[in-house]
Structures are given as C-alpha cells and as structure tokens.
Write a protein that binds this ligand. Structure first.
Ligand SMILES: *Cc1c(COP(=O)(O)O)cnc(C)c1O
Length: 370
C-alpha cells in the first residue's frame, strides 16, 4: 500500500463534473479577473468566518502584505509573530521595511505563547500577527487584551485554519484583520494561488479593496499607492464548486485525527493537543517524537508520505540572519522543530490507510526497542 501525505486528486475526481462545468462557465463568459464569481465567493467566506468584509487577493502572502500595508506599517516598525510558521509574515514585514520580532511558542499547541508576549513589546511594535498553526487557534483572549491595552493592531494569520474556532468564535473574526490562503493544499484550496483579507472595519475594508487594484478609487483615479493583487475568476469559480463541502471535509479531518489519537495512544510519541478553547480543523496532524528522522525514513520505506512543518525556526534562516537571532534564543521553537512530523492528512484518507500508517509506526517503535 502507498499512502501519500496529501492527495489533491481524490477531491477533484469526486467533484470533477461540477468543477469542470464551473471552469467552462468562466471560459465562456470571457471574464477572467475578479467578476461575479469573486464577489459570490467573498460573501460565502465572510459568512463562514463571521466577518462583515472578505476581500479576495492573489495569495495568502499578498493578503498579509496588503493587510500590514493597510495598517500603515512602515520603515522601522516592529511586527511580533511566531518563529514556528511558514515564512510569509516575516517576509512581508521585511519587504515593507519593518522588523519581525519573534516570540517563542507554547510546546503543546505550537502557537505563540501569550505569556511571553508583553515583554517583547516596544514603543515600535505596530502589529501582532498570531498564526493559527496546523488548524488550531492561537490563544486569542490574552493576545487581544494585551494588544488593546497597548493600542497595537492584531492581524490573524488564518491561512491554515479556515473553519477553526476559538471559544466558539470563528478564527478570522477576532483580530482587527485576518488573512486566509487558498493555496491548493490548504483546507479550502484552489488550483493556483489565492487569498483573502477579512475585517469587520468598514473603512479598512474600503482601503484594502482599493489597495488590491492599484489603489484605484475609480477607473482612472488612484487614491493610494497600491498593488496588483486580484483573484482570477477561474479560481473563485473552482472554490465556489468546493465551498459547500468544507464543513464536511473539516469533520472528516477531525474524525481521522480522532482515529489516529485512539490508535497511537500507547506509542512513545506525542499526539496533537487540542486546547479546551479550540475547535481544531487539522490542516495538519502533527506528532512529536525524538526519533523523528528515523521514523520518517522508516515510514517512507513502507510507502507512507510524511512532511516536516517546519524543520527550522524562521529566526535561524539565512535570509533573516540580519535580525541578529542566535541558536538558543527561542528554545521551544528549536526543540519542536527537531521533533515534529506531519502524518498523512486529507479528508479523503480512509480508515484502512490510517490503520496502515499506525501499524507501520508501531512496527518502527517495536524495532527501536530491540
Ligand atoms: C500557506 C501559508 C501562508 C501563505 O499563503 P500563500 O497563499 O502560499 O501565499 C501564510 N501563512 C501560513 C501560516 C501559511 O500556512
């Protein structure tokens, strides 16, 4: 048996006629950028995320860039975020001339530790970007409390967490702004790049909506210096064909996670921790083990795909050396980066496949002991 870490083709095959028809309709309309599909998708995503405004852009990274730019982030400002994440937040902060400041994570949830937040704030801190890693909400109440008290803007990076909840509230509706990605492997993915900015603030929404199309106010008037970051009609039509299935896919992910948890219970590894405040959408099912690299190799020899999100803290990456971090600065991040392993996880994964993965893990740890 071969079990991939993720398989996007199964989902396409299940929805093939609807998706092919949606693409055909866009081609026949002659409208390829923005248009009615994008507007309809924005309304549906706003409803799912419990926000007034959802503004489609060309990628999740662009969503973060335009959100931070829209907040007025400028040269010399500081952006607090997690070092244990995809690179986008640090990247766009640097591109806008600001400085990423990394706050270490909680080892159980993999998310920014709110207890370490306040001591990292300076008079230059303009924005805090908590990341809802692997599909689990960061602990938002203490983050929002500190941010409000210090007049700092909060932008949620919800790229991995559409549909997730914090104390019953959808992620993306808690901060001042939030960002989503529709990269193909995300829980709601398109067949290219796509993203969205979410907010409840009317004037911010107007500004973001203008910034994604060159800062236009109308066709030949430019109110802001902006960006070209529009969503393709084809991508929106594809996601409209998928979006009504999202809740059912989330439930499948949660069922698969529960099965893994149950079957791995006696193994010498840590299964993901779901905090009491969280409704986890398991973008990834990520275990921790000191034997990570050997286990990964063994599973690969059994035809099982795994992934490492992420093998290194952003503070140790070559491109970010100029920030001056050294090994040991963010010990929790560094420890988990050497231990995490993401097992196969996608809604179409079967119980038989989960069982096969678990049996292989058991076999590995049995052979380790002898
Ligand atoms: C995927 C991802 C992004 C970037 O999204 P793109 O659409 O690939 O630009 C940003 N942050 C996190 C946490 C992500 O997982």
């Amino acid at each position: 048996m071969k079990v991939p870490q993720i398989d996007l083709v199964r989902q396409y095959i299940n929805l093939k006629s609807r998706i092919d028809q949606a693409i055909g309709q866009v081609l026949e309309s002659g409208q390829f950028i923005m248009g009615r599909w994008v507007g309809e998708l924005e309304r549906k995503v706003a409803e799912i995320c419990g926000v007034k405004h959802a503004i489609a852009v060309a990628s999740g990274t662009d969503a973060l860039k335009i959100a931070l730019f829209g907040c007025g982030l400028k040269q010399g400002d500081e952006v607090i975020t997690s070092p244990f994440s995809f690179v986008s937040v640090a990247e766009v902060a640097m591109v806008l001339g600001a400085r990423p400041v990394f706050v270490d994570i909680d080892k159980a949830t993999f998310n920014l530790d709110p207890n370490l937040l306040e001591s990292s704030i300076t008079e230059r801190t303009k924005v805090i970007v908590p990341v809802h890693l692997y599909g689990q909400s960061a602990d938002m109440d203490p983050i929002m409390e500190i941010a409000k008290r210090k007049s700092i803007i909060v932008v949620e990076d919800a790229a991995q967490a559409i549909g997730a909840k914090y104390k019953g509230r959808p992620v993306g509706s808690i901060g001042d702004l939030a960002c989503l990605s529709f990269y193909p492997t995300k829980n709601l993915g398109c067949y290219g790049d796509g993203g969205m900015v979410l907010t409840n603030d009317d004037s911010m929404a107007t500004k973001i909506e203008s910034l994604r199309r060159h800062g236009q106010s109308d066709k030949y008037s430019y109110r802001f210096v902006g960006f070209n970051s529009r969503l393709d009609s084809i991508q929106a039509a594809i996601m409209l064909a998928k979006i009504d299935h999202l809740d059912q896919w989330t439930q499948s992910r949660r069922k698969i996670a529960k099965l893994y948890n149950k079957m791995l219970v006696d193994q010498p590894l840590e299964v993901p921790y779901e905090a009491e405040y969280a409704y986890h959408v398991y973008h990834q099912y990520t275990i921790k083990t000191k034997n990570r690299d050997q286990l990964r190799e063994f599973l690969s020899s059994r035809g099982i795909g795994t992934a490492i999100h992420y093998p290194m803290g952003l503070h140790m990456q070559e491109a970010y050396r100029t920030l001056g971090y050294v090994e040991g600065d963010l010990p929790n991040c560094e420890e988990v980066a050497s231990q995490v392993l993401s097992l196969p996880m996608f809604p179409e994964l079967t119980d038989e496949e989960v069982t096969y993965v678990v049996e292989a893990i058991k076999e590995f740890f049995r052979s380790e002991q002898t």
